[in-house]
Structures are given as C-alpha cells and as structure tokens.
Ligand binder design. Structure first.
Ligand SMILES: Nc1ncnc2c1ncn2[C@@H]1O[C@H](COP(=O)(O)OP(=O)(O)O)[C@@H](O)[C@H]1O
Ligand SMILES: [Mg+2]
Length: 264
C-alpha cells in the first residue's frame, strides 16, 4: 500500500495564482534515501469531502490506463520543523488537517501544460484520447484550459491533482439511459479542441485504447486502497465510487460511444 514517511525539511512553497492548495516542496526520509515531494495541506473540510481519497484512488486508476502520474505517498509533517516558517505558512500548517498528507514525488524540469500548444507536443507525450476518457471516468472537470493539471517534461506528460474528481453530484443517482457528457467534462477539457479538430480517420480510432483498459480494469483492486485509507482514519467514499465504476463497466459501449459523440 502507500508508504507513510516523515518530512525532515521544508524546502519551498508553491504559490500559483490559480492553485487552490498552495502545496509545499519538502524532503522526506525514505528507505531509498532522501526524496523530494510536493505535499498538499488539505483542510479537514477538504479531507471530509474526500479530496485525499480521490487523489490516491485516481493516482492508482491512472496507472491502470497507462497514463503517467508521479508516485504518491502520505507524509507526516512534524510540528517542530514548522517553527521557523513565516507566520503565513505556520498558519497554513495549523489550518491543515492533522492526518498524514497526500504527496507526490517532485518531478523536476516540468512546466504546466497550457492551451494553444501544437497538438504534437501533447501527442508525443501522452495519449490525449485516453486522458480525456479517463477524466470522464473519474468525473474530473479540473483538467481544463486554464488550470490544466498536466505537467510536461521533455519526454512525457504527468497527470496531477485529482482532488475534485468523483464529486457525488456527478456519480450518484446517474441513470445511464439518460446519461450524457456535460460541457464541463467535454468542451472545457484541455484536450477537447485537439480531439474535435482531428481528422475523421483519427477520430475513428480514438478511445479504442481507453475501451480496452476499461474492459480490463479490475475495480476490486481499489478495495485495498479504500481499506488502507479507512485504517488511516480517512472518511470513506468507497461505496459511491465503486457503484459508479460498476455502472460504467456495465455500460462500456455506451460510455465510449458518448465520448465519441462528445468530440464529433
Ligand atoms: N509531483 C509534482 N512535481 C512537480 N510539480 C508539481 C507536482 N505536484 C504539483 N506540482 C506543482 O504544484 C502545483 C499545484 O499542485 P496541484 O496538485 O495542482 O494543487 P492545487 O489543488 O492547488 O491545484 C501544480 O500546478 C504544479 O505546478
Ligand atoms: Mg491544480
């Protein structure tokens, strides 16, 4: 399961204008030596709306679709090492939920993706149709055209920031007979315009890989993650997520068809 490490030093503060959580860059002791992580200081309200669960579950789910993500862990930040911080950051520490915090391994030499880059920049680094399908599966409307939550390196692209996925509003009481893909999961997605403007020929093979991975997905693998999170004292949204995923699995053809229609 996810390892839990101790932070030994706070190195930097990420203060993006559009960001919600203002994560910290920290060093933590691991069995492989010192590693650098980006750690999110969620408030208890955010934890109670399953932000941490969603980060963990989606980080794992992405790997089932062979989409690159930074490795995640949980980190404890001991109070002693926050004593010399600026008041603003001390305040952030005290406002944060006291349980272990979600962190991903820092990927160096990356830039946040921006809209308007040539399609090839993306296509050479990540499967854009599979990413779009994945975001629809996890009901993530936060890989948009301004906040892209996609990090570009020289060779790859990494998905981050899944705290807003699986919103109960979008996964509970869904009737697949009348289900359709809303604009916030289509038109406003980072890759929408690239997919929509593709040739008829490219479009016809889009989502084949996504469908293959969705068919192969064994949702029961998630149970041990939910169990782990529950044991660590986090609130539980297992039944809602499992019910949603089971529903999609029962309607794979329809789900994929709707993805295709959404970019027509
Ligand atoms: N693993 C990582 N490696 C490098 N930079 C990261 C990593 N995780 C997050 N970041 C940087 O931190 C920013 C905020 O992280 P994110 O998870 O998107 O939090 P928020 O919920 O505040 O948007 C990202 O836009 C990115 O610039
Ligand atoms: Mg973000």
């Amino acid at each position: 399961m996810l390892p839990i490490y101790d932070v030994i030093q706070i190195e930097d503060f990420i203060d993006e204008k559009s960001g919600r959580t203002k994560p910290w860059v920290v060093f933590a002791n691991t069995p492989e030596g010192l590693k650098t992580y980006v750690v999110k200081l969620f408030t208890t309200a955010q934890i109670n709306s399953f932000c941490l669960n969603n980060e963990v579950i989606c980080n794992f789910l992405a790997t089932e679709f062979e989409l690159p993500v930074p490795k995640c862990v949980l980190l404890n930040i001991p109070e002693e090492i926050t004593m010399n911080l600026e008041p603003e950051h001390q305040q952030q520490y005290y406002n944060a939920d006291p349980r272990p915090k979600f962190a991903t391994e820092l990927i160096s030499d990356v830039n946040s993706a921006i809209l308007g880059l040539p399609k090839s920049i993306y296509k050479n680094r990540i499967e854009i149709d599979t990413t779009y399908g994945f975001d629809n599966l996890i009901r993530n409307y936060d890989r948009g055209q301004i906040k892209t939550n996609l990090l570009l390196s020289a060779e790859s692209a990494y998905l981050i920031d899944h705290e807003l996925a699986f919103n109960p509003k979008y996964i509970a009481d869904i009737n697949f007979n009348s289900f359709y893909i809303e604009d916030n999961f289509s038109k406003y997605h980072l890759f929408y315009s690239y997919l929509k403007q593709s040739t008829f020929k490219s479009k016809s093979s889009y989502f084949e890989e996504f469908e293959f991975f969705l068919n192969s997905l064994n949702v029961n693998k998630l149970n041990e993650y939910f169990h782990f999170l529950y044991n660590e004292g986090f609130p539980n949204n297992q039944s809602e997520i499992m019910a949603w995923l089971a529903q999609v699995k029962q309607n794979i053809r329809k789900f994929v068809e709707l993805l295709r229609i959404s970019i027509q």
